[in-house]
Ligand binder design. Sequence first.
Ligand code: GLU
Length: 376
Amino acid sequence: MHTDEELAEAIFPEVTETVADLERRYPRRNLPQGAEVTRFAPSPTGFLHTSSLFTALVAYTVAKRTQGVYFFRLEDTNQKREVAGTGDQLVDQLAWFGIKQDEGYMGDGRPEQGSYGPYVQSQRKAIYDAVIKEMVRRGRAYPCFCTKEDLDELRKVQEANKVVPGYYGNYARCRTRTVAEDLKLIKAGTPFVIRFRSQGDHNRFFAVKDLVRGTLSLPENDQDIVIRKSDGLPTYHFAHLCDDHFMGTTVVTRGEEWLSSLPIHIELFKAMDWEAPKYAHLPVIMVNDPETGNRRKLSKRKDREAAVSFFIREGYPKDGLLKYLMTISNSNFEEWLRQNPRTPILSFPFSFAKMSREGALFDLPKLTDISQNVLA
Ligand code: GLU
């Protein structure tokens, strides 16, 4: 009988580095107790969005207030969506606001800082492959040879059966193929992606703590998600697992749109026997749509306030925008600001527990008011 070990070798004959080697290369960080390691991890797909500035500000504040580390990682695994030069712009614009990374990607042509790199995901392929190889060995990942047509067909069947869509359980047809069959297909040069083998069940719930939202009860993941795409690069989910593990991130601050992926991430960490970081899913910034009057997310396409460059162009002082974003971050910030108008904002006792759980409504008059005070 063929083993998962043979399958791992057949898929990754050139990968000799092991997870143990990687653990040695990226040792646990030696930081004082309570120090948090946070990161800002944008995709280089466009301008600095106001919500991203907010996310970066929170990550930076948490690291600085705890004498921790704040780093910048460029998430460029979706190369079709990449817009050249935007990674550098993001670094420069954040630096203009004083949000400077302690380590990570520092912009094009500047050397990376820190010993947990490379900090650009497209340069980390060898790391991802070493971890995927280990997952295949453990029987927790497998090659999937389904074509686009196969997946379209699957979607139709699931629609007709009125079941949860996706690649899972009995619908995951490459999941049950024997290693001998996999080896034959690989040898024949059949193209494949690699999927995670989930052990979850979406009818079961588990408890997970979010720093903003408290303890949540979420359905387990049961999707055999793709972890390695046909171009050899990892998906976001898998890169998050490897990068935040080896880079020693202790708190992941990211937009609440990622909350629905949390069960996948928790299961991935479990599959590797790694401790998951703490998570803080931040509220999105909302606006009242001028046409419909309904609340909706601040939109790149519709709202000029979505681009940080708008405020810069209009002459808003940077401190005004940062202070305004802090009012969104913590409900007691405004009162603190009234009492401490000249104190640097890092002195404010920021806390995740004081963060609003609902999306915060963008309030231009309030921003203008705060900015006028800053200028005065
Ligand atoms: N690249 C992801 C994004 O831009 C990062 C999310 C995260 O911080 O984990 O949304």
